[in-house]
Every structure is written in C-alpha cells, then in structure tokens.
Design a binder for this molecule. Structure first.
Ligand SMILES: [Zn+2]
Length: 329
C-alpha cells in the first residue's frame, strides 16, 4: 500500500496563505463583532473545514461519486459508483485519463485515551442492518447440529472484550452495523465457517484493499498467536473474495464501514461444521479468545497510534465512471 511521505509544497503554501487571510478576516470580525459572527467559534478557532482537506479544489465530500466499481448499473446491491467516505477524500489525477490516486485525510475523530479496539461479532443483529446493507439482513450465518455461528462469534467477542478490558484496552463489540466511518486502533471481525459436509478444518484470515499499511501486521500477529494456541491449521486455500471484500472494509461502497486508516481484518476462527473445530470454539472458548487478545496486544504494542494516524493515505483511484451502457435491442 502506497503512502504519502512528504507534504505537497504547493498545498502547504496554499494552506499557509489561507491561514494568513483567515487571521486577517478574523481580526476584522472581532472588531466588527456583529451578527456575521454567528457560527464562527472564535474561542475555539474552529477553522478545520477552511484550512483542512475541504479547501482543496479536488476535495470530494462524503457520499459523492469517486468512479466506477460496479458491473451492473441496475443492480442495487452492487453499487455502480464508488463514493467518498465520511470526512471526504481528495482525488489526485496526474494527467487526463491517468488512473491517478485518492488521498484519504487523517480522520478527525481519532480516539484519545486508552487504545481502542473493535471486535465485530459476525452476523449479530443482521436484522438491524441499515438500508445500504439490506442484503445482509437474511445472512444469519452458518449453522451445524443446532449450533449457530453467531452464538459462537458473540461468545468469543464478549470473552475477548473482557480480556482486553483487563489489559486497559477500550473495546467496542460491534454487530453487523458498523458506525459510519468507524475509527479505532484495530478492528477484528469474528466469523466461523461451514463447508456443508464437515470435512474442512482450520482458520482463515483476510483484509481489504485501498486501506492503511498496517493490516498485514495485524493479520500476522493474530494468525501467529491463534495458530500457536489453538493448534488449528491455517487454511489459505479457502480464503475467498468475500472475505477480502468484506463489507466493513469497503469504505468506497458503504458509509457504514471502517475508516481506511483503521487496521481491519476478518478472522474465520474455524469450521462450525467440523466436530473438532466446533468443540474447540465451544469448549475452549477462553483459550480461543485469549489467543486473539495476545495477537491484538502484540500489534498494539508494535504499532503506536501516532503511526496508524500519522499521515494521509494515498490509494489508487477507481476507474473513471463510464457512460451507462446502452440497452441491448
Ligand atoms: Zn460468518
């Protein structure tokens, strides 16, 4: 994942001259001090929207189109256009028809205080999915011999939350619905799989694309601790595009997604359809949760918040949106 390493001098000088201009305007406003001051908080100098990314002429606000990602313009569950996430982005196109890149500003709502981690219990409260994720409502998860995936996901998530709390970590146990533009030091989605026949065993992990640079580290830290503690084999051959394209990673498709800066992974903890995997997740749930916590703690101690949120992200742009194909006669 490409990152921006140095500020753009032109942008900096633009921002500086804007700052000088705004200071002059503010001074004038203080003298005049009339109703024109309404909405400007002089006490706090709330100038973010003026000096921040929104001042850039290529700023694209939240929800506005960013280029084509869908293949069928009439399929409502396959968005035709990428859209800017909460906080907006800056489109950087090198030349006409060039692919270009997208600059994702550092989120404004970076957590303060203790490290913050989200554990998503897969499929939990799928019936409460917002309209943009309504296709998830019937996706209630795997089930095998009366054991549901969602009960395992939620049980492990809650145990994991207690363990992380005891280590001073603030935890959000999240259902299917992710808060809009969610920001944390790490996001881990918990699932359990079924192959429908009871043969496969093992655990799987994935992260998304066009995101921050720390997701491989989060994935590998959990993979190492989970594999070592549970004895389960890693099952790379069954990692799917649905895992890599898991909706909370898709900030360009959904507003209810994890902000691109937030390191985010999905863990398929084992196969609920496999007797041994299922017994592990049900009967040794504290060991399972503890091993995930160990991986998360390793990641957090290696990866300071100042690194995760230290700079804007630069990711490849989406293809420019073509005109809609004309209907076939
Ligand atoms: Zn699942």
């Amino acid at each position: 994942m490409e990152r921006s390493w140095r500020p753009d001098n032109a942008r900096v000088s633009r921002a500086l001259s804007a700052a000088v201009a705004i200071a002059a305007v503010l001074a004038a406003l203080v003298i005049v001090a009339n109703t024109a001051l309404t909405g400007i908080q002089l006490g706090e100098l709330k100038l973010g929207p003026i000096l921040g990314p929104a001042a850039d002429p290529n700023f694209v606000p939240a929800g506005a189109p960013l280029g084509q990602i869908g293949s069928d313009p009439d399929d409502p569950s396959d968005p035709w256009s990428a859209a800017a996430p909460p906080g907006g982005v800056i489109v950087q196109t090198a030349a006409p028809n060039a692919t270009g890149s997208i600059r994702i500003p550092i989120p404004k709502n970076i957590p303060t205080g203790p490290r913050r981690v989200a554990i998503q219990a897969g499929h939990w409260k799928s019936d409460e999915a917002p309209d943009e994720l309504r296709r998830l409502i019937p996706e209630t998860g795997a089930e095998w011999e009366g054991v549901t995936e969602v009960e395992i996901n939620l049980d492990i998530a809650q145990r994991l939350s207690v363990i992380l709390n005891s280590k001073g970590i603030a935890v959000d146990v999240l259902p299917v619905t992710i808060p809009v533009g969610y920001v944390a030091d790490a996001f881990v989605a918990l699932h359990a799989d079924s192959d429908g026949v009871g043969e496969n065993s093992g655990f799987k992990m994935a992260h998304g694309a066009r995101r921050g640079p720390y997701e491989d580290a989060l994935l590998n830290d959990i993979k190492d601790s989970y594999g070592a503690a549970t004895g389960l084999e890693y099952d790379p051959t069954h990692i799917t595009n649905q895992m890599r394209g898991y909706y909370p990673f898709s900030w360009s498709r959904f507003q209810h997604a994890v902000a691109a800066h937030t390191p985010a992974v999905i863990l398929e903890m084992g196969y609920v359809s496999n007797d041994d995997d299922r017994a592990l997740m049900l009967d040794r749930a504290d060991l399972v949760a503890g091993s995930i916590a160990d991986g998360i703690m390793k990641f957090l101690s290696d990866t300071p918040r100042s690194a995760i949120f230290g700079q804007d992200l630069v990711v490849p742009a989406f293809p420019s949106r073509p005109s809609r194909p004309s209907p076939t006669p």
